[in-house]
Ligand binder design. Structure first.
Ligand code: PRP
Ligand code: GUN
Ligand code: MG
Length: 169
């Protein structure tokens, strides 16, 4: 069981950056295909999978629906809510796409279902890197990647007010 991960820094990703990085992943994968189909790991893999599928002209797309019990403590148990037809051939010639690999427990669970598939993520942390075949950007283990679908625009505090708060501390 992986230890509880503590995240000390944030890595916000905009829609534009996510699109750019997912296309970069598609460039890497284009040389490895052609793939029979693509399996997106829900929910984070859905948007990157849509971009990669379009760039690779893949139209057979399935999902593996995963739920990790513990939102904060990474490395917990991964429940598979729905499997995929790709398991029939152990994932041979199938491409698995997720947004990121952190501790690797999700990738490990899905790899058990499809050991012959090519596993690709847009982002990877050191602990999960060995579990994936292709990724684009590595971030440190203590960094939380904040995806555009998890962000909203809020008013920021003026610097003078931040300084006044610091002085009162
Ligand atoms: O390597 P791990 O420690 O397993 O972390 C990586 C997984 O965590 C996130 O999914 P999450 O479980 O948060 O669910 P979601 O994709 O539905 O948001 C992410 O989309 C990966 O699937
Ligand atoms: N959004 C997001 N989900 C995660 N699940 C595991 N690690 C992460 C992360 O860094 N960002
Ligand atoms: Mg996920």
């Amino acid at each position: 069981m992986a230890a509880k991960s503590t995240y000390t820094k944030m890595f916000p990703v905009s829609w534009t950056e996510l699109h750019r990085d997912a296309k970069a992943l598609a460039w890497r994968l284009a040389d490895l295909g052609p793939f029979k189909g693509l399996v997106a790991i829900t929910r984070g893999g859905l948007v990157p999978a849509a971009i990669v599928a379009r760039e690779l002209n893949v139209r057979l797309i399935d999902t593996v629906c995963c739920s990790t019990y513990e939102k904060t403590r990474r490395g917990g148990k991964v429940e598979v809510l729905k499997g995929t037809q790709a398991e029939q051939d152990s994932g041979e010639d199938w491409l698995i796409v997720d947004d990121l690999v952190d501790t690797g427990v999700t990738a490990e669970r899905v790899r058990e279902m499809m050991p012959k598939a090519h596993f690709a993520t847009v982002y990877a942390k050191p602990a999960g890197k060995p579990m994936v075949d292709t990724f684009i950007t590595e971030v440190s283990q203590d960094t939380w990647i904040l995806f555009p679908w998890d962000q909203e625009a809020v008013m920021s505090t003026p610097i003078v007010e931040l300084k006044a708060t610091d002085r009162r501390r």
